[in-house]
Design a protein around this ligand. Structure first.
Ligand code: NAG
Ligand code: NAG
Ligand code: NAG
Length: 221
């Protein structure tokens, strides 16, 4: 009898440990992510690397990301602003002399949680029990030429993105993206850094519909 109760308790404990909830990300935070994207185009393999600082603002349904690239001694700032509630996206380039802005229609909702369709794969830890993480996997499809098998890792409990692997097709091209998130800080210390739309976007009243998904579509998994 006693043995049976212990066994039942163990089974219940095992069941609760295993049934990890599809958690939701913090409401507002900043961080950086780096990614490597490998693609096969016309039989040729190619890779690209990206590094971005970003701000995630679920309260105001917006995302911002900034990166800098130097080319032939000229530093260019690339900035992306996704205003989900307004349905617009701004792709901004700032160079010492010239700036440009493309305003696009954004028909999407901001991600906030690991999707309900995700399967919990298991948990692991990094370092000497420094970080416990949960692994989830799901399939995301935006049509026959844009889909991905997504494996996402988040910190256990607070649900801060740690890594993402996207394996699938991007505009029909076989694509593998591996992404890591670092330097989380809670809240957004200076929202204007990410979300103030520069004047160059007002003058260019271009509204180009989004034709293709960019690697920046999904700042969060
Ligand atoms: C926006 O997306 C939804 C869901 O994918 C779709 O049903 C709708 O037609 C889209 N609207 C526009 C204006 O493209
Ligand atoms: C996603 O990838 C995993 C590992 O490669 C595989 O086991 C799983 O079947 C894939 N899921 C889908 C929907 O393709
Ligand atoms: C992360 O933070 C450390 C310490 O503040 C800083 O030195 C490093 O440059 C940051 N990394 C990125 C990718 O922002």
């Amino acid at each position: 009898m006693a043995t049976k109760s212990v066994l039942v308790l163990l089974l219940v404990a095992a069941a609760t440990t295993f049934a990890q909830k599809q958690c939701c990300y913090p409401i507002q935070f900043e961080g950086s992510w780096g990614s490597i994207i490998a693609q096969v185009q016309a039989g040729q393999a190619m890779t690209q690397t990206y590094g971005f600082q970003f701000a995630y603002d679920y309260t105001n349904r917006r995302l911002g990301a900034i990166t800098y690239k130097e080319d032939l001694g000229v530093m260019t700032k690339f900035q992306y602003i996704f205003e989900y509630s307004q349905g617009v996206e701004y792709d901004i380039q700032v160079k010492p002399q010239i700036s440009s802005c493309v305003k696009r229609t954004l028909n999407a909702t901001i991600a906030h949680c690991i999707p309900a369709s995700a399967t919990y794969l298991g948990s692991s830890y990094y370092g000497d029990h420094k970080l416990n993480v949960d692994f989830f996997q799901y399939f995301r499809s935006m049509g026959p030429s844009n889909y991905a098998n997504v494996t996402v890792t988040v910190s256990q409990g607070d649900c801060i993105p740690f890594s993402v692997v996207n394996e699938g097709k991007s505009n029909g091209v076989p694509t593998l993206e591996i992404r890591g998130y670092v330097n989380y800080t809670s809240g957004i210390s200076d929202p204007s850094k990410y979300f103030t739309v520069p004047s160059v976007c007002q003058s260019s009243n271009h509204e180009t519909p989004k034709m293709q998904t960019s690697p920046f579509d999904k700042i969060l998994p």
